[in-house]
Design a protein around this ligand. Structure first.
Ligand SMILES: Cc1cc2nc3c(=O)[nH]c(=O)nc-3n(C[C@H](O)[C@H](O)[C@H](O)COP(=O)(O)OP(=O)(O)OC[C@H]3O[C@@H](n4cnc5c(N)ncnc54)[C@H](O)[C@@H]3O)c2cc1C
Length: 392
């Protein structure tokens, strides 16, 4: 396994780092306080080729490899999880899903505009009674002539209030469980697509747009079906396989930001006549944080590298490695953020320092696109195998 980045990856990493530090990070505190997403960054990410990173140039994408895309997510995560979260949903859950499952007409219609940010995408899977247990969703799709009629409710939909295009998962027959689920491409100006802001104030990702969406007898043509009828659950899971890699990289970025801020702080802050960075307990915390981040980075980059091999037709599916990367990177980032607040003392408890925001944001990464419990289930099932099926 190669442990160094090639020149094209290094130059994208530099581009993403410069963008994140110069254009994203300076806006993060105000966006978090006001709850207003800096929408101009969407077009900028389109200009930089980030919005459709791994998609082929013929559909407006940048044609980069997954490792490069992962590096971009890591740098955005360092600066602002709300912006990185936007990219994970718009770029991975929506664009890559259309790229993998769409017809030629669907790809031509949506991918180039998603790539520039002319239109924004959202991914509607979670419902009030179906989160981790997504196969149990209740939104219905009823065929009526050449149209499907959608009815149901979706919650916690990132970009839901600003999106132009939604991938909506609904069932044609609940008795068929997973096999009854279908995916639909729904233009959000369709009558019956009703959206409002999620109630309450979020713990983190406060600049993200989180919507509650009601589908009220919404009619879509048969041609809006993504994949075949009954493919919806497979489509949802394959999209999450892409998305989880971006979440893992985002967690890595948060952990690195917490380490960078902590190192800077412990070098300057003095107590008992010396730098706090000279106390052994502080040093142990920094050493553990740095070691865990490096271990997480190897898992994340390995999953990305395997995904590149997979897309080149040279490897097996990477679901286990992606889940391991997401599980480990989010768990160590939760710890890193908690320690970073502690190392900053009282200052870490105020949004005067970014570690306070990272501490709140990281809990979201541990929950969405499959909680840590669910990642453990995915990993264990892949290792042990389901009854009747061989594992490794
Ligand atoms: C900031 C944010 C953004 C989001 N964005 C989106 C989005 O864009 N689109 C979208 O569709 N959804 C989105 N979600 C929803 C998110 O994916 C769900 O919240 C998540 O999948 C968990 O589902 P739930 O909230 O229903 O919790 P539940 O599934 O009810 O889980 C509650 C608890 O039970 C545990 N649990 C459940 N089943 C098991 C099991 N079998 N074994 C052990 N433990 C279990 C869970 O791990 C969790 O700890 C977002 C959520 C957040 C917080």
């Amino acid at each position: 396994m190669r442990l160094s980045l090639i020149p094209s990856q290094l130059s994208l990493q530099t581009l993403a780092r410069t963008f994140s530090r110069d254009e994203v990070a300076p806006l993060a505190r105000e966006a978090d306080e006001t709850g207003i997403f800096p929408l101009h960054l969407v077009k900028r990410m389109g200009e930089l080729g980030f919005l459709a990173g791994t998609i082929a140039p013929e559909y407006g994408g940048a044609g980069m490899d997954y490792l490069s895309y992962t590096l971009i997510s890591e740098e955005l995560g360092w600066a602002d999880s709300s912006v990185r979260g936007f990219l994970a949903v718009h770029g991975s859950l929506v664009s890559l899903c259309i790229n993998d499952w769409g017809t030629e007409a669907q790809k031509q219609r949506y991918l180039p505009r998603l790539a520039t940010g002319e239109i924004i995408g959202c991914y509607c899977l979670t419902e009030p009674n179906a989160g981790s247990d997504a196969g149990n969703l209740e939104t219905t799709a009823t065929l009526d002539g050449d149209e499907y009629i959608l009815n149901g409710e979706k919650i916690w939909i990132t970009n839901g209030g600003i999106a132009d295009l939604a991938i909506v998962f609904a069932t044609t027959d609940r008795a068929k469980k997973h096999k009854g689920i279908c995916a639909f491409l729904v233009e959000t100006n369709t009558p019956g697509f009703v959206r409002e802001k999620m109630p309450g104030k979020e713990l983190g990702h406060r600049a993200s747009d989180h919507a509650h969406i009601s589908l009220q007898s919404l009619r879509v043509p048969k041609s809006s079906l993504l994949g075949q009828e009954g493919d919806g659950f497979k489509i949802a899971m394959s999209a999450l396989d892409h998305g989880r890699l971006g979440v893992a990289a985002g967690a890595l970025g948060i952990a690195q930001a917490c380490l960078d801020a902590s190192v800077d702080f412990v070098r300057k802050r003095r107590a008992f006549g010396q730098r706090i960075g000279d106390f052994q307990m502080i040093q142990a915390t920094i050493a553990d944080m740095a070691t865990e981040i490096e271990a997480a980075r190897l898992l994340v980059y390995k999953a990305a590298t395997m995904k590149d091999a997979l897309s080149a037709g040279k490897a097996l599916p990477t679901t286990r490695e992606t889940s391991m990367a997401k599980l480990y990177a989010t768990e160590i980032a939760v710890k890193a953020a908690s320690n970073a607040v502690l190392l900053h003392g009282g200052r870490g408890y105020s949004n005067e320092y970014p570690v306070e925001r990272h501490y709140r944001d990281i809990k979201g990464l541990q929950i969405y696109e499959g909680t840590s419990h669910i990642q453990r289930i995915v990993i264990a099932r892949d290792i042990i195998g389901k009854e009747g099926k061989e594992g490794i």
